[in-house]
Design a protein around this ligand. Structure first.
Ligand code: FAD
Ligand code: SIN
Length: 523
């Protein structure tokens, strides 16, 4: 079955929806989303979205903080472009109906998080993502040019490879003609032909055993683009959020927003000692790579399995009003955060690398754009600053939408694309093998490619992953498509890229900390 559209958007998080709303005046937009349209990392975003709103903050300060967090590996021109657009893009969200909290003077109530030298984080309590998604989906659902297809899993993008051409990573002029999308309800793979395709599939936290990411975060877009020979960069920089709620029985892990530390909460060892000043003069509000590594170090010293976040000195009423989500969740676990310490532990949270794009969101494949967490734009360098992800997503989704719209005339639908060929495949009866392999990949990355790495650990990870890769490719080639099998294949691809790019980096910087190399920048 073939279907054609002007703009194919893969993903219904903040990046996909923002692009869709901006592109819709110029043509037909089809959004495919592998789960419900609400389900995404975006909906769980707590702390907020960074933007330069009022003095004493200014663009230069935000740029400097971002560069500092990114250990100067961010591209300064890109950071300037993103920060300079921040106010206008926030206005877009507000115009579409997003409510950000205001203070008594009627100004936006700005929060602060790790690495920020000013108060600049717009938020909606501690449920910012949910509010943004609510407003954007409301707009998208009523737009006559936007169609949203839920429970549609994209398997691969379509390029000349599917017309029988041999494609290598060196080849110039690879073109994207759309994507093959699996519809599990009908048990069919559909061919979506598009003039422009946006990858907005989010992150890959599911590559690790402990993550704040929802189950959809299996790195599908990065893996698809990599298989299609797009340039993928900086994947060694996997960010661990310092404070996920410690509960080995709960997966994914619940996030305790950094905004609580911006509000005054402090990290402590189990015997009640503040420890962050040993590691950084900014204490509990140092950038994430530093805080997560400090916690890792403290856990190694104490032999405990978590540290604590202390909010007990803060005003209980204000805690409850500003952080109702965290307050409620902890209460359900028997922790009253105004009286009890919160047990916390780092968890995989964000992948700074991804599909490399230019400032318009164009990937190295013609007519394929990328925005949001699956993209590598040059914004985050070696370590993303808190609340810069939602901002980066909307700026690049905006730029990509205009670039795609203005160049739409130059790309036609390719009607020669063959339908998906599943001849000779059988229904795989051994789903347990897929589940088992998934856990093995997670264990490999968690044990050998976590907060602290070494050459030996990376080598081990590579060898062990290789075996699972071979087994999974064999299984994939003979099996009829299932979402879970495709996700396994994708997470293996992503794990491979993380390991290979980590092996290539011969220093320790930001989120990549390798015991075998001198600390270029680490405190
Ligand atoms: P997502 O929002 O993850 O959306 C991805 C979409 O792609 C989903 O709709 C998914 O179903 C779809 N998809 C994936 N694969 C496929 C496929 N194969 N086929 C079809 N559809 C597919 N950042 C901030 O800046 N501020 C915060 O306060 C903040 N808090 C966070 C809190 C949590 C708990 C988490 C997990 C992240 C947080 N982040 C925050 C990071 C930020 O939320 C994400 O980086 C951002 O939301 C990513 O948006 P996205 O549109 O790229 O992807
Ligand atoms: C948080 O609220 O701590 C998450 C913010 C982010 O990931 O940017």
């Amino acid at each position: 079955m073939q279907k054609s559209t002007d703009f194919l958007v893969i993903g219904s998080g903040i990046a996909g929806l923002f692009f869709a709303l901006k592109a819709a005046p110029f043509g037909k937009v089809t959004i495919v989303s592998k789960s419900t349209c609400e389900e995404s990392a975006t909906r769980y975003a707590q702390g907020g979205i960074a933007a330069v709103m009022y003095p004493p903050d200014d663009i230069q300060k935000h740029v400097r903080d971002t560069m500092d967090c990114g250990r100067e590996l961010s591209e300064e021109e890109i950071v300037k472009m993103v920060v300079s657009q921040s106010r206008d893009r926030i206005q877009d969200l507000i115009d579409w109906g997003t409510h950000f909290d205001k203070n008594e003077e009627g100004l936006y109530d700005l929060g602060r998080e790790g690495g920020h030298s000013e108060y600049r984080v717009l938020h909606h309590k501690d449920k910012t993502g949910l509010e943004i998604i609510r407003a954007m989906l409301h707009q998208a659902k009523k737009h006559p040019n936007i169609e949203i297809l839920e429970n549609h899993f994209t398997i691969d993008i379509i390029t000349q490879h599917h017309l029988g051409e041999k494609i290598t990573r060196q080849k110039k002029g690879i073109r994207c003609f759309g994507a093959y999308v699996y519809d599990p309800d009908r048990g069919k793979v559909k061919t979506f032909l598009a003039r422009k395709t946006l990858m907005a599939t989010g992150g890959a936290g599911m590559a690790y055993l402990t993550t704040t990411n929802p189950v959809i975060a299996t790195g599908d877009g990065i893996a698809m683009a990599y298989r299609a020979k797009a340039e993928v960069k900086d994947m060694e920089f996997v960010q661990f959020h310092p404070t996920s709620l410690f509960d080995p029985l709960e997966k994914p892990s619940f996030l305790i927003t950094e905004a609580i530390r911006g509000f005054g909460a402090v990290l402590k060892t189990p015997d009640g000692k503040e420890f962050m000043y040993k590691y950084d003069k900014r204490g509990s509000l140092a950038p994430r790579d530093i805080v997560a590594r400090a916690i890792d170090q403290e856990l190694k010293i104490s032999g405990e399995d978590h540290v604590y976040l202390d909010c007990t000195h803060l005003d209980p009423g204000e805690l409850k009003t500003n952080f109702p989500n965290v307050f409620e969740k902890c209460l359900q676990k028997g922790i009253d955060i105004s009286r009890n310490l919160i047990p916390v532990v780092p968890a995989a949270h964000y992948v700074c690398g991804g599909i490399h794009t230019d400032k318009h969101g164009c990937s190295s494949i013609v007519n394929l754009y990328a925005a949001g967490e699956c993209a590598h734009t040059g914004m985050h360098g070696a370590n993303r600053m808190a609340s810069n992800s939602l901002l980066e997503s909307i700026v690049f989704a905006n730029n990509a939408a205009y670039h795609a719209a203005y160049s739409l005339h130059s790309s036609e639908i390719n009607r020669d694309i063959p339908d998906w060929n599943d001849e000779g495949t059988i229904v795989n009866e051994e789903m347990v093998l897929v589940t088992q392999s998934f856990k093995e990949v997670q264990a490999i990355l968690s044990n050998y490619v976590g907060i602290v790495r070494s050459d030996l650990r990376l080598e081990r990870a590579y060898k062990r992953l290789n075996l699972i890769y071979q087994e999974t490719e064999q299984l994939y080639n003979k099996s009829f498509i299932t979402t879970r099998l495709c996700e396994l294949r994708n997470i293996i691809n992503v794990a491979y890229i993380i390991i290979k790019q980590a092996m290539k980096r011969k220093n320790s910087i930001g989120l990549h900390y390798n015991l075998d190399y001198p600390k270029a920048d680490q405190s």
